[in-house]
Design a protein around this ligand. Sequence first.
Ligand SMILES: [Zn+2]
Length: 421
Amino acid sequence: MPHVPPASGVVRLVGATLIDGTGCPPLADSEVELVDGVIAYAGQRRAAQSLDGAIDLTGTFLMPGFVDAHVHLSMVPGDPETQRSRFVEEHVLETASVLRTTLLAGVTTARDLDGLTPGYRDAIARGSAVGPRLHLAISMLSPTGGHADPVRPNGSLPAWAVRPGMPAPGVVDTDDDIIRTVRELMRMGADAIKVSTSGGVGSPTDDPADAGLPVEHVRLVARLTAERGGRPITAHALTDAAVRVAVLGGAASIEHGYDLSDDTIDLMLQHGTVLVPTLSTLLRTLDPATTSPAALADREARQRRGLDSVRRAVAAGVPVALGTDAGVHPHGRNLAELARLVEVGLDPLAAIRAGTLGGARLLGLDTELGTVEAGKQGDLVVTVVDPLQNIGDLADVSAVRMVLQAGRVVKDLDSRMPAAR
Ligand SMILES: [Zn+2]
């Protein structure tokens, strides 16, 4: 599990309405007790216990820390040429600030799917940086000219691809390329392997409709990871054919999935494949002042098709995990994705579950994270917004009043914790 230094001592939180992440209905007037960073009790408030030293959360809503299964924490929107002219320390400190922003938004665990190196994860685990518990893909894999390949037709690199400290792109064409690259990623400490089985929207020389890695290469990745203790494979896949390749190759999850046929939805159900629809990126608005009318119309058509695809998958019962693709758009609004998930058919409790237990399961961390239950890590979020009534209001980070990670209070806007801590 990605570690963070645990708090020591006992913390008791009483009076909140508990939404525990399992999908069970909310529990009014709850009590959660943390001992050395781990949940020792979660349930109805115990009458016999005194209020001494307890933190009164009456009028608030208590949930598990959220898991964002698709972020790019080392990427920030903005002019890449300006970013390239910076010193490496400026990038590192900016990324440290993004890590903090993401944690304070209520995301206590995040999976970075390209761009973040293990140094950040390990610094957080040591306590020398503040941020979500991290799982990392480090780089993604695609063929030459595919979604992972930044090289332009004339052989040059765009400014965004040459930032200092970025991991090397995973450009792979042969079995040998795959074997070496996947083993190198595992040697570096990758927690997941990301493959592109379709092209992408922003890549220099391919198109979303293009094929990416073929099924035999996804299978080879699965074999290589199985040799070293196993790691979930996730696939960037925009077309129906790309999703089939990923599922048949052994991917645990599909990122995006905006063009699913009913047959492919059935295939995902048979394989238990999780969908991470990253609706925050699908539905982000483009600036009409700097975008051509043709590009705007194309985007609207893509959004309509994507929403229809995700809605049908949700209606069929495909498991969903929350992911935002933050970095492609501004960081710190991760919980805005919850309302998007409600738009595609999840009820608010199911959306919260997708953002907590759903993500923890996908990352293989559900024995320790994802719900508020005895024995699990004390990763908790306290809001003043009732998420079952106004889930869209969670997009505003000030609705998240308190965040705890392994029992340690990392955000406390109302100074509820005793001052001595
Ligand atoms: Zn992404």
